[in-house]
Design a protein around this ligand. Structure first.
Ligand code: ADP
Length: 627
């Protein structure tokens, strides 16, 4: 018999399985049962379109047999089976499911976690077996074949026999070691408990021989133990069970298995609605973004069932884009089984369900925000960006749905707050919402303009994501309160006297300021003295919709057109430098133009912007120092 070699990746995976220290080895059973169930599904679907295939739904089942003497555990199904070629292709290479993430993880050799993360299918059986034998007969073949492997050194495939279509997988269970009692997998009670734990909802009966105690015939107190073929699983899909009968652990197990997440979901939403349209939804909000979430490859959608039968595995129409992170399923008896994808899009029932689901998700997020702030912050870290896109996409038509789900860092509370909380915390007479934008909280704290606003007692929202200012500009105001950037020209915090004083100051130094502006040419629209700074000598404020931070973000984008902020250079009138240039101008107006260049460069550096002419600026400074 000729031994064949596994493909390289499979070999690596097998090696990992055989030597696995993964503690949750029992999941292999769930994987094999789920494959069996899929195989039966496939056969059933084939029978719907292929007249030649005759099946009786009642006959479908999965059987588990234990042979203690030979240390074997056997799982058989009467599903679609595999041809010789399929045995070769399916069991000689890594399975397709989640294969991309999976292969990437394998490359990184994050060994132990791989198993829990991906539920690696068939190969997981090698965690508990020395040898695996698969005998299968495909619905498309008269012949049966047996695939066999004892691990990394390869596998063989030979012709064999099987009475009917289906697959039988026989595991030779490993000998016990000090760490692991593999014999547990030869104990029928233990095995049936694992089946109940992970595979209870599987639609087909999972049968095995179990011991039951009965009263002895003719006796009223004497019991005898009888072995009986027993259906172990309840076969009720998890979502069809009563909420009160479901443990959180069951919800999470179901989530892990179905949606390939190794972490628990942050929130489970299980809801049944009766009305114009009736449905049950089981939805999950993940605790972290899948690796491809923010890419084009990510497909949103929910599984769609009609009365427990899967009709579509990713129904995109059930979720708005801004809630695309939600995983889960919808089961409705109001949908027709053989509805096509195209028809489904226009289905009124489906649209109603979508509307309801959207409302429900929003409500649950609001509850989390109000009652479990820590969870919500975790959620927002993972998916806040998606909500933000949702606000400014399509010119903000969804902003009302989403604005109360926003949280931003508050200068005062030093944690994330909602707009509502900001407003509740406003000072007497305050009618604006102040914000500042920058790369990080630390950097914003260093912005010259922030200091004075904070000093006056105002709370500032810190925008640190590149999307944030677009969000604010789309919203424009919240609850009638306008958003104002502390670096914007329109910030108006001075008293009338202060305004008047500074205006006078600017007027009397008109020539000086004009000379400075001319020296800077189109880099600024104006140079003036200001009250808005406390300790910093200089800053750039902006007029119009583009802030300095936005200029920075947009110039990093690969667009042709460079968008420039309209900047005003403001010099702190209370700073010694102000006095210095005023006196200097009277003596040496030429020298002042150099000061203008250097001050402008300083202001840009403070904002975290680059200089167009670093060597020129550097020379100017050196010249001054040398004087
Ligand atoms: P996955 O099920 O995630 O694709 P597996 O490694 O568990 O990966 O299985 C690989 C493939 O082998 C399956 O996709 C399926 O085509 C086939 N297969 C596994 N078990 C069975 C079975 N009991 N009956 C028919 N085909 C099976």
């Amino acid at each position: 018999m000729k031994k064949k070699q596994f493909k390289a990746e499979s070999k690596k995976l097998l090696d990992l399985m055989i030597n696995s220290i993964y503690t949750n080895k029992e999941i292999f059973l769930r994987e094999l049962i789920s494959n069996a169930s899929d195989a039966i599904d496939k056969l059933y679907y084939r029978s719907l379109t292929d007249q030649k295939i005759k099946v009786d739904r009642e006959d479908f089942k999965i059987s588990i047999d234990i042979d203690k003497e030979h240390r074997t555990l056997t799982i058989s199904d009467n599903g679609c089976g595999m041809t010789e070629e399929e045995l070769e292709n399916n069991l000689g290479t890594i399975a397709k499911s989640g294969s991309l993430d999976f292969k990437a993880a394998l490359q990184k050799e994050e060994d132990v976690n791989i198993i829990g993360q991906f539920g690696v299918g068939f190969y997981s059986a090698f965690m508990v077996s020395d040898k695996i034998t698969v005998t299968s007969r495909s619905v498309d073949s008269k012949e049966a074949y047996t695939w066999e492997s004892s691990g990394v050194d390869g596998y063989s495939i030979e012709k064999s026999t099987r009475d009917s279509v289906g697959t039988t997988i026989t595991l030779t269970i490993k000998e016990d070691t000090e760490e692991e009692k593999y014999s547990d997998y030869l104990d029928s009670t233990h095995v049936s408990n694992i089946v109940k734990k992970y595979s209870d909802y599987i639609r087909y009966p999972i049968e095995m021989e179990l011991e039951h105690s009965h009263l002895k015939e003719g006796s009223e107190e004497e019991y005898e133990t009888v072995k009986e073929q027993t259906v172990v699983n309840s076969r009720i899909p998890l979502w069809k069970k009563e909420k009160k009968d479901i443990k959180e652990e069951e919800y999470q197990n179901f989530y892990h298995e179905k949606f390939f997440d190794y972490e628990d979901a942050l929130k489970t939403i299980h809801t049944s609605v009766e009305g114009t349209v009736s449905y049950t939804a089981l939805l999950y909000i993940p605790s972290h973004a899948p690796y491809d979430f923010y890419t084009k490859e990510y497909e949103k959608g929910l599984e769609l069932y009609s009365n427990g039968v899967l009709i579509m595995d990713k129904c995109a129409d059930l979720l708005p884009d801004y809630f695309s992170f939600v995983k889960g399923l919808v089961d409705s008896s109001d949908l027709s089984l053989n509805i096509s994808r195209e028809m489904l899009q226009h289905d009124r029932q489906l649209q109603l369900i979508e509307k309801n689901i959207e409302k429900k998700i929003k409500k649950e997020l609001e509850t989390m925000l109000a009652e479990k702030r820590e969870d919500y912050e975790k959620f927002f870290k993972a998916f806040g960006m998606q909500l933000k896109f949702g606000i400014y996409n399509q010119f903000g038509i969804h902003k009302d749905v989403l604005q109360d789900l926003m949280i931003f860092y508050s200068s005062k509370k030093e944690k994330m707050v909602t707009f509502k909380e900001y407003i509740e915390n406003m000072l007497e007479g305050q009618d604006k919402i102040y914000y500042a934008a920058g790369e990080s909280i630390d950097k914003i704290n260093l912005l010259p303009q922030v200091e004075k606003v904070k000093d006056k007692g105002y709370e500032i929202l810190y925008l640190t994501d590149y999307t944030d200012e677009f969000v604010i500009q789309t919203l424009m105001n919240y609850d009638g309160k306008e958003f104002v950037n502390v670096s914007s020209e329109s910030l108006d915090l001075d008293s009338e006297e202060e305004k008047e004083a500074i205006q006078k100051e600017n007027e009397s130094n008109k020539d000086l300021l004009t000379a400075m502006k001319d020296a800077l040419q189109e880099k600024v629209t104006e140079v003036r003295f200001t009250n808005r700074l406390k300790n910093h000598p200089v800053c750039l404020t902006t007029e119009g919709p583009v802030s300095m931070e936005m200029e920075k973000i947009m110039s990093a984008m690969p667009t042709e057109e460079k968008i420039k902020a309209q900047a005003i250079m403001e010099i702190n009138d209370a700073h010694p430098i102000a006095q210095k240039i005023k006196t200097l101008y009277a003596k040496d107006p030429e020298e002042v133009t150099k000061y203008a260049q250097i001050l402008y460069a300083q202001a840009r550096l403070i904002e975290g912007l680059t200089l167009d002419n670093p060597s020129e600026i550097s020379n100017l400074i050196i010249d001054m120092m040398a004087k």
